[in-house]
Design a protein around this ligand. Structure first.
Ligand code: ASP
Ligand code: MG
Length: 393
């Protein structure tokens, strides 16, 4: 008997009508003699709403209490779905993260799964139950609830699939699969039939919100094929596995959630550099392309996510008040596909389009499977559209 993991995102489980659609899909696979583990997100906008409500009580709620609060969203979904499956005549059991044996490190709000003790899940599967697990949550060594970062249910699903040596992991959502670019920005974007783990990893780490990027790392490490599909139609989705097709552009990601920061300080000591870097990391602000432009004073330039800017601005008023900063929003365009570095036309065509549109280039980064270009200012989607029509065959 094969084991299959099916993950359903927030919009797929948003209300009772949708839960019925989800239940039908689960039952169909279960009846084909599979062991089925289901992982679900919180319903609809539940997590966003809980964050907003906490914000009304405190501008800086503790990460531990936020995890306690946010994990409740998924718990509602597992219970409702199991109640429904039971009523439809199927043995189903809901498990929270800790009941499912998901052990994480201590980083509240952005925890990493360290181990999964599959005893409980296996016991329930052996009883031919459908096991419904709360995504996004685990438990740390102090028995405190942790969450895995926004969108983390994908990671729960793939990590469980790896621990159970599942045949594959379905990720169901309201989109058909992974596209050649964001269909909200370019209407002619096409759905991809397949992608390699590495291509998918680049697509998600470049800011496309298709899959949580840690889930793709786990899928690659344990070779668990991921199939992303729509909950609401039967079109074939996108398969992500270890097959590699070379030398074509698979996808273009335009990321407008980036702020360029230039930070200066008269006095420059190694301790200061260390303090800045640590302060940013400790506050969950990841920096990219950090460069010191001067040898005798501190003249740093780096990029952060624009969505982190409020946190950064707060640090400039407190721990990092010695810095004198200027900043502006930029766009990063990433062109992704195996072997593209060996095809010079891709780079020249890209640069032609960027020049024709009079976009100023701040940096170009090229590796075996990615060309990443940072452009000064936020550029319009029409540039993405031109790149898409030229580079995607
Ligand atoms: N409910 C969580 C979120 O909204 C986790 C998830 O949906 O994957 O981020
Ligand atoms: Mg998601």
């Amino acid at each position: 008997m094969d084991t299959i993991v099916m993950k359903f995102g927030g919009s797929s489980v948003a209300d009772n009508i949708r839960l019925n659609i989800v239940a039908e899909k689960i039952i169909e696979l279960y009846n084909k003699e599979n062991n089925v583990v289901v992982v679900v997100s919180a319903q609809g906008k539940t997590t966003d709403n809980l964050i907003k409500e906490a914000g009304e009580l405190s501008s800086r709620p503790s990460d531990r209490e936020m995890d306690m609060l946010l994990s409740s969203g998924e718990q509602i979904t597992i219970a409702k779905l199991s109640i429904l499956l039971n009523r439809l005549g199927y043995k189903a059991i809901s498990l929270t993260g800790w009941q499912a044996g998901i052990l994480t490190n201590n980083t509240n709000q952005d925890a990493i799964i360290e181990n999964i003790n599959t005893d409980r899940i296996n016991k329930e599967l052996n009883d031919r139950k459908i096991v419904v697990v709360a995504g996004f949550q685990g438990i740390n060594e102090n028995t405190d609830i942790t969450t895995l970062g926004r969108g983390g249910s994908d990671t729960t699903a793939v990590a469980i699939a790896a621990a159970l040596k599942a045949k594959h992991c379905y990720i169901f959502s309201d989109v058909d699969g992974v596209y050649t670019t964001d269909p909200n920005k370019v209407t002619v974007a096409k759905k991809l039939e397949s992608l390699s783990y590495k291509e998918m990893l680049d697509i998600s780490s470049e800011g496309a919100k298709v899959l949580h990027n840690r889930c793709v790392e786990i899928a690659e490490r344990y070779n668990i094929p991921i199939i992303t599909k729509s909950t609401f139609n039967n079109k074939p989705g996108t398969v992500i596995d270890d097959r590699i097709e070379g030398s074509t552009v698979k996808s273009i990601v335009k990321n407008d959630d980036i702020t360029f920061i230039s930070a200066k300080c008269e006095k420059y000591t190694l301790e200061l550099f260390d303090k800045i870097y640590r302060t940013l990391l400790e506050n969950g602000i990841q920096v990219k392309n950090l460069i010191n432009n001067s040898t005798y004073s501190l003249d740093l330039s780096f990029y952060i996510k624009s969505s982190m800017f409020n946190k950064f601005a707060y640090l400039l008023e407190t721990d990092l008040s010695m810095l004198d900063c200027t900043y502006y929003n930029v766009t990063r365009i990433s062109i992704i596909g195996h072997g593209i570095m060996n095809n010079n036309n891709i780079l020249t065509d890209t640069l032609d389009i960027i020049n024709n549109n009079k976009c100023e280039i701040l940096s170009i980064d090229i590796n075996e499977m990615k060309i990443a270009i940072i452009l000064k200012n936020v550029i319009p989607n029409s540039v993405l559209e031109q790149l898409h029509s030229k580079l995607i065959k």
